[in-house]
Design a protein around this ligand. Structure first.
Ligand code: SF4
Length: 404
């Protein structure tokens, strides 16, 4: 690192950007002459802040071309002689011809999150068949960058990337596409080819409720090609909140999608944002009760019961008129606009649930036990004695739960 002329940091998530913030002083101390670049989804959202930290080039959206142009320019010009304004677009939507990712030098797959299924673990690889999204959910960090567009990664590149990870020991592939059914005509042939080449290989994808309903005829195809589970950003079981977030589905739609998935024999892994500025205490209790009624209490990772709406720079939630009075100035350390619920009990409950999960996961408590304790904390009423309990071992999950 000390000798490098270009140091480029991948900032695909909020957490990665916060880690970068913590690292930047050490990086500068180790190499004060390198040109610094931040790229990935969260880079353009935090453009001003990154530049204050000394980052000279910021690239978002389809970033590979910009990165390679920057590297080429730096190979013939010293960083200090580059023009003050970067010629690379801050956000590029240009269609690219991808190359197979070079994974040389990365840690072995065993060092990353593993899949747990039926009590056994499987080594997991990761790839993307598309990026961006054609939807405009208000809370989603993809939207301010891709603005309703998505871009595909060429099929042969995706399959070759899977091939190299299978050769390195992958037994399961996580598709990181924001939504696998943005382009089913692209996605489905990929999983069919995957299954025909590696019949034992399993995979998981993320698909929104609306797409599960609109493309229900494709669910058996996912099952037949060894899809182990589908993650879906359900976010809320309260139709009012779903409307604020412009999610494009209702609670009834989610319940229908859940039934369709179960009828197909596919596991659904819903994710939630239970703490929003509009959440009431009764709505949170009702959320817990609904998870029990829907036999989901064990299928939801505990952290999903504690997530608080994140408002990064550029979030479309900020456009809602009521948010003007609810948010505080941008917090440059937390990289978000802090907000408070008008009912202070919700903010206290959120912190208590987060603390409880942290404590009990350290003690390796089961999801079921943690759920019961959250239920008590929220004073959700008498716990149903006949609550259906699904064994966690039957539900596949990744050892690192998904959240931004
Ligand atoms: S939440 Fe999902 S469906 Fe909505 S815009 Fe983001 S990626 Fe697309």
């Amino acid at each position: 690192m000390e000798e490098a002329d270009l140091l480029a940091f991948f900032l695909p998530m909020h957490t990665a950007t916060r880690l970068f913030q913590k690292l930047i002083d050490k990086v500068r101390a180790a190499n004060s002459h390198a040109h610094l670049c931040g790229y990935g989804l969260y880079a353009p959202l935090n453009d001003a802040l990154l530049r204050r930290l000394g980052v000279q080039t910021v690239i978002g959206g389809e970033f590979e071309q910009g990165l390679s142009d920057l590297a080429r320019r730096l190979s013939v010009t010293r960083s200090g002689e580059l023009p003050y304004r970067q010629p690379e677009p801050l956000i590029s939507m240009a269609r690219q011809q991808f190359r197979v990712p070079d994974r040389t030098g990365l840690p072995a797959l065993g060092a990353y999150a593993q899949l747990v299924t039926d009590g056994a673990t499987r080594r997991v690889g990761y790839t993307e068949a598309s990026r961006g999204c054609k939807h405009l959910c208000r809370h989603c960090p993809v939207v301010p960058v891709y603005r309703g567009l998505f871009r595909i990664v060429q099929r042969d590149v995706v399959l070759q990337d899977i091939r190299q990870q299978v050769a390195a020991g992958a037994q399961h592939i996580t598709f990181g596409d924001p939504d696998f059914f943005n382009g089913p005509g692209h996605a489905v042939p990929i999983v069919e080819a995957l299954h025909s080449e590696w019949p034992e290989l399993t995979y998981d994808v993320t698909i929104k409720v609306e797409h599960l309903l609109n493309h229900r005829e494709l669910l058996p195809v996912l099952k037949a090609t060894n899809c182990l589970f589908v993650t879906s950003a359900v976010e809320s079981l309260d139709d009012e909140v779903l409307d604020k977030l412009a999610k494009g589905h209702t609670r009834a739609g989610f319940e229908e999608a859940l039934q369709l998935m179960r009828a197909t024999g596919l596991a659904l892994s819903p994710t939630f944002i239970p703490f929003t500025p509009w959440t009431t205490l009764e709505a949170y209790r009702e959320f817990l009760r609904a998870l029990v009624d829907l036999e989901l209490a064990e299928q939801v990772a505990p952290i999903q019961l504690a997530i608080r709406l994140l408002l990064p720079e550029g979030s479309l939630v900020l456009e809602l008129p009521e948010m003007r009075t609810r948010i505080q100035p941008f917090d440059t350390r937390a990289l978000c606009y802090p907000w408070q619920n008008t009912d202070g009990r919700l903010d206290v409950l959120c912190s208590s649930v987060q603390e409880l999960i942290k404590r009990q996961e350290r003690r390796h408590q089961s999801r079921w036990d943690i759920f019961r304790q959250i239920w008590d904390l929220a004073q959700a009423g008498e716990f149903p004695v006949d609550a259906p309990m699904v064994s966690r071992a039957t539900i596949p999950y990744l050892t690192e739960p998904w959240y931004c």
